[in-house]
Design a protein around this ligand. Structure first.
Ligand SMILES: NC(=O)c1ccc[n+]([C@@H]2O[C@H](COP(=O)([O-])OP(=O)(O)OC[C@H]3O[C@@H](n4cnc5c(N)ncnc54)[C@H](O)[C@@H]3O)[C@@H](O)[C@H]2O)c1
Length: 251
């Protein structure tokens, strides 16, 4: 079993949804958890709650589309806890829904900056820190949209396909140096990101129909997969895209 008491974990996008559930699970396991998010007051609040419950948790504000802030996040984790063992690149935005020809270049760039460049700069800083301390594990949160197309979210879909390619390439480069790098592909998970898609009865039923299991996923279920991939039990898994999708991609 993984001894989480000795491990330091960074989770980006930890103020909400999947990232929050993930940080909570690592805190329950006894890890040193570094929560990070663009939304500082919400993130501080979550970290303070974990500390009140006895966890080693700290919050560092960081916009993942800003490379200096990402470096600052990794530096803070290493300075405070001595090393970085697990990094979860989870922060992401879906963007407005519209067909490709209507997307403004500026909007495209914003989505790519957060979802793809943010994972690239995140991994750059995290890999260096892990090389310095002898290894670690990185889990990137992609999507089923990293494998198949999705109408009306071209930038999001392109960014998530990019995350899968980045993950595979980085794994080829660094697995022999003790760093495992994987990504996961959730289908619809009930979080604020998809509230507008799951809110009204008609679109909810339509989306549910695309999930053979007959329901959406929960943030906790995704957190359990991420924690497994970050732990010692997953020691032979690297360069993988692992769906967590209620059968979505099997159709
Ligand atoms: N919910 C789903 O159905 C679903 C499905 C597949 C993949 N995902 C992916 O899971 C990840 C988490 O999404 P979620 O559903 O929990 O969404 P969410 O909106 O609940 O949480 C996303 C978090 O990321 C933060 N964030 C956004 N931009 C940021 C930035 N530039 N820098 C730092 N933090 C930033 C937000 O403040 C928020 O706290 C995303 O990468 C998303 O693409 C979600």
């Amino acid at each position: 079993m993984t001894n989480w008491n000795d491990k330091t974990v960074i989770v980006t996008g930890a103020a909400s949804g999947i990232g929050k559930a993930c940080a909570e699970l690592f805190a329950d396991y006894g890890a040193n958890v570094v929560l990070s998010d663009l939304e500082s007051s919400a993130g501080e609040e979550v970290a303070a709650r974990f500390r009140d419950e006895g966890a080693e948790a700290m919050f560092v504000g960081c916009d993942v589309s800003n490379p200096e802030q990402i470096q600052g996040l990794v530096d803070s984790a290493v300075e405070t806890f001595g090393a970085l063992d697990v990094a979860v690149n989870n922060a992401g935005v879906r963007g407005d829904m519209m067909p490709l020809a209507e997307i403004e270049l500026e909007h495209w760039q914003q989505i790519i900056d957060v979802n793809l460049t943010g994972v690239f700069t995140g991994m750059k800083a995290q890999i260096q820190a892990m090389l310095d301390s002898g290894g670690g594990s990185i889990v990137n949160v992609a999507s089923v949209a990293g494998q198949v197309g999705f109408p009306d979210v071209a930038a999001y879909t392109a960014s998530k396909h990019g995350v899968v390619g980045l993950t595979r390439t980085a794994a080829l480069e660094y697995s022999s140096q003790g760093i495992q790098i994987n990504c996961i592909g959730p289908a619809v998970i009930e979080t604020p990101m998809v509230e507008d898609m799951t809110g009204d009865e008609e679109s909810r039923e339509q989306l549910l129909g695309a999930h053979p299991i007959g329901r959406f996923g929960t943030p906790r279920e995704v957190a359990e997969l991420i924690a497994f991939l970050g732990g010692d039990e997953a020691g032979f898994i690297t360069g993988s895209f692992i769906p967590i999708d209620g059968g979505y991609l099997s159709q």
